[in-house]
Write a protein that binds this ligand. Structure first.
Ligand code: ADP
Ligand code: MG
Length: 900
């Protein structure tokens, strides 16, 4: 029991009895150094101290704890009972006073005090409780502990420590009882126990659990000073039988080893190490919150792990040391007998005398026990003595060893550390929980997004459907009404003609001038107004639908992709609407043409019907009539029925409005490839060029340039345009015009010409390239895009010609100074411009003749950029191929350390 633990001794002097010089020192030093509570109930005091100071014990100061020493007297054995029958024992014990008297002779004795004095009648249980139990309890609390037996061979060291008590449980020694106590106090879920069993003989450590392992080295942690034997076998202990088995095995190996070494167990040290690892939770720490001093945030307890060690040492017989000295042996011989034991004595002396140097490193035993004496462990020493007066000398020296050991002061320190593994495990579990939760939430979020998207999609499609239906209805209505009005007009005209034939031309001419004809005109005007009105209404409807769509789009916010889709659909609708509007414009233009023709007719009639101001005008008129009555598509019908020539004639009309409308009709027709040939055959190109030449109106010029650009798509027309001086006309327009749309048309026309292999030289000599480059002054991206396209076309033709060996030398584009602009715009934000220029650069780079200028002009960097950044794979690889096939580029890249 802990309460029966050692009491602090006090020195005594009795009459003539001379106590050892150490007694006084010992008693006074204990009182001043030990905390009062630890004097009487060491084990429980330590428990209180340790549990109350987790944080300081782990890293801070320890608790003072002196080495406790008990003396145990062995009963006389049979031999002694006979041999020493007439003699008294050499010692006399006063256990109640914890004193021992060592007889010098019949009348003189010396008295010594110990922490415990155990008579020959002391039971093994009592010995365990007073000597080992406090140490075992400390070990369970996280401190290292040592129980060591010292004494002459045959005095009961092994009896005290190592008896297994297999037949008689009361005979169990300290080893078995310690393990019983440890097993009873640990929890298998959180704690673990492992054991090593070793023998130290002649400075060699042998593993008693694995005899092959016969030279184990000691490892010291340079940081903590902790000693360990990594080479030793560690056996995990779960229950007592397995421990007993292990002790038996160790003992068997010990006997075998000693037989082999031709020695005996009394000359070797047996060391049993019990490693106890326990997981505990630190204290909760309350942290006061900043706002309110009274409320506390409680930090959860830290997981801690305590790794303590119980070392049980059954030393070799102490008589060896004494004999080696008393019998005059040389020190070296003594060392060879048992260096470790004498080194232990020296260390204990040094520690007892507070000497500056403790020769710990002199032997393996002292190195192993560095924590037990003068270290952080709780240590109990039991010194065993025999009663025989024949061994008085050895008994005296054993007693003196015990007395000196009592003066050794340890600083007990808990072996506790932060349990990173357990914390990591806990955090991992927590993390897994959070991950699972996050995944659940993400899934729910995704589902919700999908649901919203679906809803938005449905709404958008509904709006789209409504919008398309409404638009289609509106378009049909417009068409029908238009047809209706044209039909009415037609009928009226036929009616008028019939009237005219019937009544005679002269007689009824006034009818043409009179209200009848004016009515027709008024009717046409009314129809036109109606058309305009209808268009306005259609626009209104479209706007309404647009705003509705906008609202729906707002409602469905969140589904970006859906909105984008919707926007595209909307743009489609707007585009269709534009087309409708364009159709309406064409209708208007035709109306105006009709008005115009009717006016002509009226004037002709007014002149007497014989004159024809515009030859052939009659016939287009009638053909137009035919076309209208045939309900054909307006423009095509007009084109088919009226004949291209008549329409082209209108280009030269005196009336500016007519010219404008006519040029628009021609431009519209030229937009369709099927019509182009007929227009050119009929001299349309010449007329259009003429319009460009006699510039009078921006619209005419723009539309004419557009029509020329359309015609210039065709290769045959391109040559025709050149022949007719089109290039210089386009160049003049390019330098005069300000309107970006006009410039776009002109640039488009030249760009088309640039794509013709045969025209390269002429194009340049007639200033086409200069004109093209000049248009970049207008920064409009549409214009720039056409310029870039022209350059790309030109470069491509040149490249083709060079490859075919038709041309050599530097690019005309470079001659014309195009390179700086090309380089500047190679990375233009607008994709079409960038794309054309990237292609142009690749074409230019294909010819070594251009390489030098391109390198000097910075084009190499752009080409390198294209190989890396261009979004189109084919252009990227074209650029890479081109660069790799040029010697000059390659050497420049090497110089600049550029790698593709
Ligand atoms: P040591 O290990 O010190 O050499 P042992 O433990 O082997 O001594 O003891 C020697 C003999 O004395 C053994 O036969 C042992 O049983 C006996 N013996 C030792 N101590 C006691 C004791 N306290 N009571 C009875 N017998 C004892
Ligand atoms: Mg022994």
């Amino acid at each position: 029991m802990a309460s029966n633990g050692y009491r602090n001794g006090t020195g005594t002097n009795k009459g003539a009895i001379k106590p050892p010089a150490s007694s006084n020192i010992r008693s006074s030093s204990f009182k001043s150094r030990l905390p009062p509570s630890s004097n009487h109930s060491t084990g429980s005091a330590l428990r209180r101290t340790s549990s109350a100071s987790f944080t300081t014990a782990a890293g801070g100061d320890g608790v003072p704890g002196r080495v406790r020493v008990a003396v145990r007297l062995r009963p006389r054995n049979a031999e002694e009972s006979t041999a020493d029958a007439d003699f008294a024992d050499c010692v006399e014990l006063q256990p109640e006073l914890k004193r021992l008297k060592l007889r010098k002779n019949n009348w003189e004795s010396e008295t010594y005090e110990f922490d415990e004095v155990l008579t020959e009648f002391a039971s093994q249980k009592r010995v365990y409780e007073v000597v080992a139990k406090p140490v075992v309890e400390s070990v369970l609390d996280g401190y290292n502990g040592t129980v060591m037996a010292y004494g002459q061979t045959g005095t009961g060291k092994t009896f005290t420590l190592g008896r297994l008590g297999e037949e008689d449980t009361s005979a169990r020694g300290i080893m078995v009882r310690s393990m019983e106590e440890i097993l009873a106090n640990v929890s298998p879920e959180t704690d673990s126990i492992s054991v090593s069993y070793l023998q130290l003989y002649m400075e060699t450590i042998q593993d008693l659990l694995d005899p092959a392992n016969d030279n184990i080295s000691i490892v010291e942690d340079p940081r903590t000073g902790d000693v360990s034997l990594p080479g030793a076998t560690h056996v995990e202990i779960k229950d007592e039988p397995s421990f007993l088995e292990l002790l038996r095995l160790g003992e068997a190996h010990r006997i075998a080893a000693n037989t082999k070494l031709n020695t005996e167990s009394s000359r070797s040290h047996a060391i049993l190490m019990v490693h106890v690892k326990r997981s505990v939770l630190g204290e909760e720490v309350a942290i006061p919150s900043e706002s309110d001093k009274s409320s506390h945030f409680v930090k959860p307890p830290k997981p801690l792990v305590r790794k303590s060690k119980l070392v049980l040492v059954d030393l070799a017989g102490s008589e060896r040391v004494q004999k080696s000295g008393s019998e005059g042996h040389m020190l070296e011989e003594a060392k060879s007998i048992n260096l470790s034991l004498s080194a232990l004595g020296k260390c204990i002396n040094a520690l007892a005398e507070n000497s500056a140097h403790v020769p710990i490193r002199d032997s393996k035993l002292t190195r192993l026990l560095r924590d037990s004496f003068g270290g952080t462990a709780r240590t109990s020493l039991i010194v065993t003595i025999g009663p025989s007066p024949r061994h008085r000398g050895e008994t005296a020296s054993t007693i003196l060893f015990g007395q000196r050991a009592m003066k050794v002061e340890n600083m007990l320190r808990i072996k506790e550390e932060f349990d990173y593994k357990s914390l990591a495990r806990r955090l991992e579990i927590q993390l897994d929980k959070l991950i699972a939760e996050n995944e659940r939430q993400q899934k729910a979020f995704d589902d919700e997004v999908e649901r919203i998207n679906l809803e938005a999609q449905n709404r958008v499609s509904e709006v789209e459907r409504n919008f398309t239906d409404a638009l289609e209805k509106e378009r049909l209505k417009c068409q029908m009404e238009y047809m209706e009005s044209v039909k009415k007009l037609e009928e009226k005209m036929i009616e008028n003609q019939r009237k005219h034939q019937h009544d005679g031309f002269m007689k009824d001419k006034c009818n043409w001038e009179g209200p009848g004809f004016s009515e027709d005109i008024a009717e046409v005007k009314k129809l036109l107004e109606k058309e305009i009105q209808m268009r306005k209404e259609a626009e209104k409807e479209v706007n309404k639908l647009k705003s509705q769509l906008g609202q729906h789009m707002d409602a469905g916010a969140g589904g970006d992709a859906e909105i984008l889709k919707l926007q595209i659909a909307l743009e489609d609708e707007v585009h269709q609407k534009k087309k409708l509007e364009e159709e309406i414009i064409i209708l208007r233009s035709q109306m105006l043409q009709l008005t115009f023709e009717a006016d002509q007719m009226r004037r002709c009639l007014a002149r007497g019907g014989s004159g024809n101001a515009y030859p052939g005008l009659d016939s287009p008129m009638s053909q137009v009539r035919d076309s209208l009555s045939g309900h054909k598509t307006p423009v095509s019908a007009l084109f088919d029925q009226v004949g291209v020539q008549k329409i082209l004639d209108l280009l030269e009309s005196e009336d500016a409005n007519v010219r404008i409308h006519a040029v628009k009709v021609v431009a519209n027709l030229a937009a369709e490839e099927a019509n182009q040939e007929r227009i050119v055959e009929a001299g349309g190109l010449t007329s259009l060029l003429m319009l460009l030449r006699s510039y009078e109106d921006e619209t005419v010029r723009r539309v004419a340039a557009g029509a020329i650009a359309n015609l210039a798509m065709n290769e045959a027309n391109q040559e025709l345009i050149m022949v007719q001086g089109g290039i210089s006309l386009l160049s003049t327009t390019a330098s005069d015009a300000e309107d970006p749309q006009t410039l776009r048309m002109v640039a488009g026309a030249i760009a088309n010409l640039c794509g013709n292999d045969k025209l390269q030289a002429t194009l340049r000599s007639e200033g086409g390239i200069k004109a093209l480059l000049g248009m970049v002054r207008c920064r409009h991206p549409d214009v720039l895009s056409q310029v870039a396209r022209g350059i790309a076309n030109f470069a491509k033709c040149e490249s083709r010609a060079s490859t075919n060996g038709i041309r050599s030398g530097r690019s005309l584009l470079i001659d014309e100074g195009a390179l700086p602009w090309i380089v500047q715009n190679a990375n233009n934000d607008a994709a079409p411009i960038r794309r054309h220029i990237e292609l142009a650069l690749c074409h230019l780079a294909q010819h070594e003749a251009n390489a030098k200028d391109m390198i000097n002009g910075g084009a190499l960097w752009e080409l390198v950029r294209i190989t890396r950044d261009c979004s189109r794979e084919d252009i990227r690889s074209l650029a890479r191929r081109t660069l790799n096939s040029s010697l000059l580029f390659r050497s420049e890249m090497r110089r600049l350390r550029i790698e593709l």
